[in-house]
Design a protein around this ligand. Structure first.
Ligand code: GLA
Length: 396
């Protein structure tokens, strides 16, 4: 993590903890958010993804509680939940704290003698924006618990930590998510994107350009998305049904001709499967383009990915489509932009734009202005760079 990334947040968190709990925190952890460059809705189909961790973080600081209750304080929401973390845990309807409890429960299941803690959560990662704020919180909690319980549990290999958090989210929060978000947030290395094979869980680091070589801009539509709404789970079911009808273990094993020609698929299954199969191929092409520094090719694949998510997978919205259309027009007009697409599950959230570094301000201003004209509110806009995954922060 860079000095201008997580450390100022940790300093603020320490002060805020002392002010709230009347003593300094002893443990700390930080976890980044992520954007996915390409490879959307492929992870739960055993396919390929290529995300990177971004320099926006969730930070947690903590100290052992003075009684047998834990106070879980979300500073940015100004909300607190009080829970006995040593007891049998049950979800608190609608609460941010469920992401904490979900991970604690997984540690309990591994026989770790969990202590009650006072916790303060803060950060600068927008929530509900498709930048994986929930996976970031979960991985931060797991990293903190590793530090607190170092005597009882050797540090988890980053991939094991990612798998623990995925199970936590699936079982406790009830979102049937894939492995991508936790994987990149746990395992990421600075200055690289990661090509992940979600079947074998093997990964390859692919150098990501510095901000001087290419600018990565994030545009937040402000449309909050929740994977709990059911649309995400529905997509997953359609993919599983399509694979079954095609007679393959998962859509990873299908090819385009099979999907187009099979009489077994209904129209919806065919469209969803076409997205997944073509997206897997695009990820591999995009990794080759990134390795070769061919940003024009990478950008073209990003635009194609967006079109597929919009037209076949039905997960885009007007706000995202406008941003991507404007980016496409800028590419055609003067080559300022290389590529753009929605990132994450869709249904809201953020678009990413890869553009020439010298055009960054111009692109940000033009897209924001036209978005504001159309929707009557400005999008959030910020640059991102590729950073390392979650880390313990030693406070004493
Ligand atoms: C969410 C899920 C991921 C992945 C993406 C879509 O972020 O948590 O596992 O499925 O959507 O690519």
């Amino acid at each position: 993590m860079t000095a201008n990334g997580v450390h100022p947040l940790v300093a603020q968190a320490r002060q805020a903890f002392a002010a709230r709990f009347g003593r300094p925190p002893r443990f700390g952890a930080g976890a980044p958010g992520r954007v996915n460059l390409i490879g959307e809705h492929t992870d739960y189909n055993d396919g390929f993804v290529m995300p990177l961790a971004i320099d926006r973080y969730t930070v947690i600081v903590a100290a052992i509680a003075s009684d047998n209750r834990s106070s879980i304080f979300a500073r940015d929401l100004d909300r607190v939940e009080t829970v006995d973390l040593t007891a049998l845990l049950t979800a608190i309807p609608g609460s941010f704290a469920n992401y904490v409890l979900a991970v604690v429960e997984q540690f309990q299941k591994r026989g770790v003698p969990i202590a009650n803690l006072d916790l303060l959560i803060t950060g600068n990662l927008p929530r509900g924006s498709g930048l994986s704020s929930s996976a970031s919180l979960e991985v931060a909690v797991a990293t903190l618990l590793e530090q607190v319980h170092a005597a009882a549990l050797p540090p988890l290999p980053p991939l094991d930590k990612a798998l623990l958090c995925q199970v936590a989210e699936q079982q406790f929060v009830g979102v049937p998510c894939g492995i991508m978000d936790m994987f990149i947030i746990s395992v990421a290395q600075p200055d690289t994107a990661m090509l992940i094979d979600c079947r074998s869980l093997q990964h390859e680091l692919v150098p990501f350009p510095t901000p001087d070589e290419a600018a990565l801009l994030i545009f937040d539509t402000g449309v909050e998305r929740s994977l709990r709404s059911g649309e995400y789970a529905k997509r997953r079911q359609v993919c599983a049904a399509a694979a079954q009808r095609l007679g393959v273990p998962s859509l990873r094993d299908a090819n385009i001709a099979q999907v187009i020609e099979s009489p077994a698929l209904d129209d919806d299954e065919r469209r969803k499967a076409l997205h997944v199969v073509s997206e897997n191929a695009r990820v591999l092409d995009a990794a080759a383009a990134l390795r070769a520094g061919d940003f024009a090719r990478l950008g073209e694949l990003m635009f194609q990915s967006h079109g597929s998510l919009r037209d076949l997978y039905d997960v885009s919205i007007d706000e995202l489509n406008l941003l991507v259309d404007l980016a496409h027009a800028a590419r055609d007009r003067n080559g300022d932009v290389w590529g753009a697409r929605l990132t994450g599950a869709g249904f809201g959230g953020c678009a990413i734009v890869l553009c020439r570094p010298e055009a960054r301000q111009r692109v940000a201003a033009e897209l924001s202005e036209k978005f504001t004209d159309r929707f009557g509110r400005a999008p959030g806009v910020f640059p991102a760079k590729a950073v390392a995954g979650a880390q313990s922060v030693h406070l004493v």
